[in-house]
Design a protein around this ligand. Structure first.
Ligand SMILES: NC(=O)C1=CN([C@@H]2O[C@H](COP(=O)(O)OP(=O)(O)OC[C@H]3O[C@@H](n4cnc5c(N)ncnc54)[C@H](OP(=O)(O)O)[C@@H]3O)[C@@H](O)[C@H]2O)C=CC1
Ligand SMILES: O=C1OC[C@@H](O)[C@H](O)[C@H]1O
Length: 469
């Protein structure tokens, strides 16, 4: 609601940047010193235009070279519309194509594992849509293979790469007053307005790892873990966090599902699990008890309350007739500290459209912050990096206020790939004009993708619906 209010009351404030994000400038072709990353796409999915087509259009060193869809004629129309160079006969042809360096995988959740493994086995780097897989075991297999084959693998948690999140992480750390004012509670949500999702969508299909936790729910899980890590600050004595040791200590104390019930004839049965039980959550209310990394075993945990919905509706009855209308809301995360301080980030999934980060002191005094581009404020204590005002994209490009999360995501993926290519290819290592192999300024680690899926598994087990398979 806050976002709608903000845009409605100041439409011209954000509008130019929103329009630019939908029609980004096309930079001149890359200089010869920048290696070109050639991406192939599996499926003509709805997320493809925002997730990769528009970001790539604005990237001087990324080319979308191939796509395949189950129906080739559909892929041909899609490729023409979005400027994708070649249409191949099958997903298998994309992952084996010698002219593809990396594969973008925007398939239904239940197909992520199969196609991530296929792509990696064929030597392709992967940008894998969220949720990384159907469960944590599958995610561990994917990232283990990427490591073994020395390939870049990134889960497409786009919101992680936007400077507004890094400012939020910094403000969370500041609120702890160097750890003396501990984080006690996190509340996070993502309510998808269900009216638009057809009942035969993969999100309501058990065999394709559907459900509200695997779809919108992974964002509140992921941002809650980020918030707890931000509050803990960098690991003591340097070093890096042992994610999997930490995540193994996270418990799900309650998980209450609201089951999906088909309404539209012919009624689907895809929500049933193999034993015939309804196993699709249209909504999940859950609590994770998350230890602060580095805290002693008996230290209090942080209660993270999570809400995800696939159909969020309000029922109104007038003159005996019941109407269902979508409830509008904006993805929000709020961190609450022992002294009552609150840090609330509204709009964490589409921060380039609008967001606000408000710190409320125990006295009730509020200060609101925003970061539409890398912020001059110090955010270097945010976990997993931050965009410095000096950090650029290749070819002298700097992040701009219109950049969507997906453009940042493509940038970090490109930079990770470039660093990798530089360190493994004699052609680039011997070329003195090739940019040095700097890692991207921000990253999302493989072990964190695994930790998120461990939380998904724990929530589904506690809910009685069972892990996704
Ligand atoms: N990062 C983000 O902001 C978002 C991420 N996502 C994620 O992206 C992925 C795709 O989501 P979305 O774009 O909404 O999905 P769509 O339903 O639009 O697309 C899924 C694609 O998967 C292919 N497919 C292959 N097998 C099947 C099957 N058995 N049933 C249905 N589709 C099949 C289809 O490709 P074909 O063209 O070959 O027929 C289809 O285009 C999901 O993992 C989702 O979680 C989704 C929305 C936003
Ligand atoms: O990742 C997502 O973000 C947008 C939602 O509408 C969608 O269901 C989900 O897959």
């Amino acid at each position: 609601m806050e976002v709608i209010f903000a845009i409605a009351t100041n439409p011209f404030g954000r509008l130019p940047n929103i329009l630019k994000s939908k029609s980004p400038p096309v930079p001149p072709p890359s200089s010869s010193t920048e290696p070109i990353l050639r991406i192939g796409i599996l499926g003509a999915a709805k997320i493809v235009p925002d997730g990769i087509v528009l970001p790539a259009r604005n990237h001087p060193s990324v080319q979308l070279v191939a796509i395949a869809a189950r129906d080739k004629s559909r892929a041909e129309v899609f490729a023409k519309q979005h400027g994708i160079a070649r249409v191949l006969d099958s997903y298998a042809d994309v992952v084996t194509d010698p002219d593809v360096d990396a594969v973008y995988i925007p398939l239904p959740n239940g197909l992520h594992h199969k196609w991530a493994i296929e792509a990696l086995r064929n030597g392709k780097h992967i940008l894998l849509e969220k949720p990384s897989c159907s469960n944590a075991d599958q995610t561990s297999q994917v990232f283990a293979l990427a490591k073994q084959r020395n390939l870049v693998a990134l889960e497409a948690f786009h919101y992680r790469f936007h400077p507004a999140l890094h400012l939020f992480g910094h403000l969370v750390r500041m609120a702890t007053n160097e750890g003396t004012n501990p984080l006690t509670r996190v509340e996070a949500d993502f309510r998808v307005v269900g009216a638009g999702i057809p009942e035969d969508d993969f999100r309501f299909t058990h065999a394709l790892a559907g459900g509200s936790v695997t779809d919108p729910g992974v964002y509140p899980i992921c941002i809650s873990l980020y918030t707890v890590r931000a509050a803990a600050g960098p690991p003591a004595h340097g070093g890096t966090l042992d994610f999997l040791d930490w995540s193994s200590r996270i418990e799900c104390s309650q998980a209450k599902p609201t089951l999906f019930v088909p309404r539209v004839e012919p009624l689907t049965t895809a929500h049933l699990d193999p034993s015939g039980k309804n196993a699709i959550d249209e909504r999940m209310d859950a609590t994770l008890l998350v230890p602060l990394p580095g805290a002693s075993e008996d230290a209090p945990t942080v209660a993270c309350t999570l809400l995800s919905t696939l159909r969020d509706e309000v029922e109104t009855t007038i003159a005996g007739i019941t109407f269902r209308t979508a409830r509008l809301s904006t993805p929000t995360v709020e961190a609450v500290f022992k002294d009552g301080t609150k840090v609330r980030y509204v709009g964490y999934l589409a921060p380039w459209v609008y967001h606000s980060i408000t710190v409320t002191q125990p006295s009730g005094r509020k200060a609101t912050h925003q970061a539409y581009a890398p912020s001059p404020e110090p955010t270097s204590d945010a976990p997993d990096g931050f965009w410095n005002t000096e950090d650029g994209a290749g070819a002298g490009i700097k992040p701009e206020a219109w950049w969507p999360t997906y453009r940042y995501q493509l940038e970090v993926f490109y930079q990770a790939w470039r660093a990798h290519t530089h360190s493994t290819s004699p052609a680039t290592t011997n070329n003195p004009t090739t940019p040095p192999p700097v890692p991207p300024p921000v990253w999302m680690h493989a072990d964190e993708s695994i930790a998120v899926m461990q939380c998904v598994d724990k929530i589904y087990e506690a809910s009685g619906l069972g892990k996704r398979i």
